[in-house]
Design a binder for this molecule. Structure first.
Ligand code: HEC
Length: 450
């Protein structure tokens, strides 16, 4: 990749400015794994799991659409639906309500999707579509109380200022009234002590602690109280998972799945990554859960045959993650490390992962290889689809309008899965000439295959 001098200067100027102003207000792509530059999907690398509070320049970004820029002077929050009095609030009105702060983990439901076998389509996150931040704002229930909720209220629908790309369905999500009225469900206007960054939903986003990121709607501008279940795509088709175990690779109809809500108990080993010298080694990482906090983390250095309890360090909060560490003195050799968190409700990470078609909620106690040797081993070969192939006719015109090839390159799919992806994209507005379709399908199926 070449970087123009102008971009270099712009980057240096932005970095200098943010160091004068204090904290950064956006993710630094040079310190993130870029899954897609547009719409933005940026993953935190493993070393981020040693910070208790994830700084904003390292906080993962997940966007279904292009990032909207909201101008506060023209912004307001409308609340209507099955309520006695619909209201419209400005940011000043919101700031008159009691300010509430909490530390909480935000994790994408698809975090870990790239580890599922067989592979499934979607952003191919490894470990880091998760972060721990300090959120501040108002209680959603204080806002809802102002409207006089009717007793028939069932679901609370959130809509942000983001606009769909092409003919994709608008990103709208609901949470049940009980979750909305919970005192820890917030509408946040601050993250890590500063105004909510644009990539994280400026000026206002939902904080649904313990629940997957899909419920934490960004750029919020409209809340509608419903007396029925919402039928929109992002509730009825996407973000659903099966309630019963299904054999890997099985297609499951959305009607036989339920919406993703709670996160799973989970832990990640941040360091050492791959190699360390013989002698004292400090194994370190983070562990988190849903509404039930982490109670302990066990570590195995022999692939799960024996376990020792790690030390939990730093502060314990209801929804934040815990940093843990385990001190160990290995001799030279090859080891398989695993960490396994348990929460207060007694749930523990599984030793084998249940498969699901959309690849959600990955939380197995994952074995990672570690070499202890005086010399660093030569660097590992990374997965690659091979040298650049020439594009088939019509591919760029049909597929590069809304996003670039990042979203295709990371997939490893069968021909049938690619066929379904092309249909999905055609439904969202991709225009493929009938005479080009076979060649495009062939190219994708041969180049980015399981
Ligand atoms: C009209 C706009 C548009 C066009 C044209 C388009 N896409 Fe997409 N595509 C999207 C959007 C938007 C997303 C991101 C969805 C998300 O993050 O939820 C996406 C995501 C994807 C993904 C990631 C997996 C998924 O389903 O989210 C793949 C693979 C993909 N597109 C392939 C293609 C291919 C192949 C073509 C050409 C046939 C194409 N796209 C053309 C809008 C488009």
């Amino acid at each position: 990749m070449t970087i123009s001098r102008r971009r270099l200067f712009a980057g240096a100027a932005a970095a200098a400015l943010s160091s004068i102003l204090g904290a950064a207000d956006r993710a630094d792509p040079s310190r993130m794994i870029v899954r897609s530059p547009r719409p933005e999907d940026l993953e935190m690398p493993l070393d981020g799991f040693t910070d208790w509070i994830t700084p904003i320049d390292r906080f993962f970004v997940r966007c279904h659409t292009y990032t909207p820029t909201v101008n506060l002077s023209g912004w307001s929050l409308k609340v209507d639906g099955v309520v006695e009095h619909p209201i419209t609030l400005t940011m000043d009105d919101l700031k008159k309500l009691p300010r509430v702060e909490l530390v909480g983990v935000l994790e994408c439901a698809g975090n870990g999707r790239s580890f599922y076998q067989p592979r499934v389509p979607g952003t191919q996150w490894a470990f880091g579509s998760v972060g721990n931040a300090r959120w501040a704002g108002v209680r959603l229930r204080d806002v809802l109380k102002k409207t006089g909720l009717k007793s028939s209220a069932q679901q609370i629908l959130f809509d942000g200022a983001d606009v769909p790309i092409g003919k994709m369905p608008d990103f709208q999500r609901t949470i049940p009234t009980a979750k909305a009225l919970h005192p820890d469900t917030l509408l946040a206007y601050e993250m890590n002590g500063q105004s909510l960054p644009v990539q994280h939903g400026f000026p206002l986003r939902v904080i649904a602690p313990g629940w997957a990121g899909a419920s934490w709607v960004k750029w919020l501008q409209h809340i509608e109280v419903l007396d029925h279940e919402f039928e929109g795509f992002w509730m009825k088709s996407a973000y659903r998972h099966p309630t019963r175990p299904v054999p890997p690779g099985t297609a499951v109809d959305a009607s036989e799945m339920v919406p993703v809500t709670d996160l799973n108990v989970k832990s990640v080993i941040a360091t050492p990554a791959g190699w360390a010298k013989p002698g004292p080694v400090r194994v370190r990482g983070a562990a988190w859960s849903n509404t039930s906090p982490v109670s302990k983390v066990d570590v195995s250095t022999d692939g799960g045959q024996s376990w020792k309890q790690a030390k939990l360090i730093g502060r314990q909060t209801q929804y934040g993650w815990r940093i843990w560490q385990y001190d160990w003195k290995p001799a030279e050799g090859s080891y398989t490390l695993m960490s396994r968190a348990t929460n207060m409700a007694g749930r523990t990470q599984p030793l084998s992962q249940e498969w699901n078609p959309p690849g959600y909620l990955w939380n197995v106690a994952q074995p990672v290889a570690l070499t202890i040797s005086a010399q660093a081993p030569s660097s590992a070969v990374t997965e690659s689809a091979g040298p650049q192939a020439s594009y088939p006719d019509g591919y760029q015109a049909a597929c590069f309008g809304c996003h670039d090839e990042h979203l295709m390159q990371q997939q490893r799919l069968t021909g049938a899965q690619w066929d379904r992806e092309i249909n999905k994209m055609t439904g969202w507005g991709a225009q493929i000439k009938p005479q080009d379709r076979d060649a495009i399908l062939n190219y994708l199926s041969n180049r980015f295959k399981q």
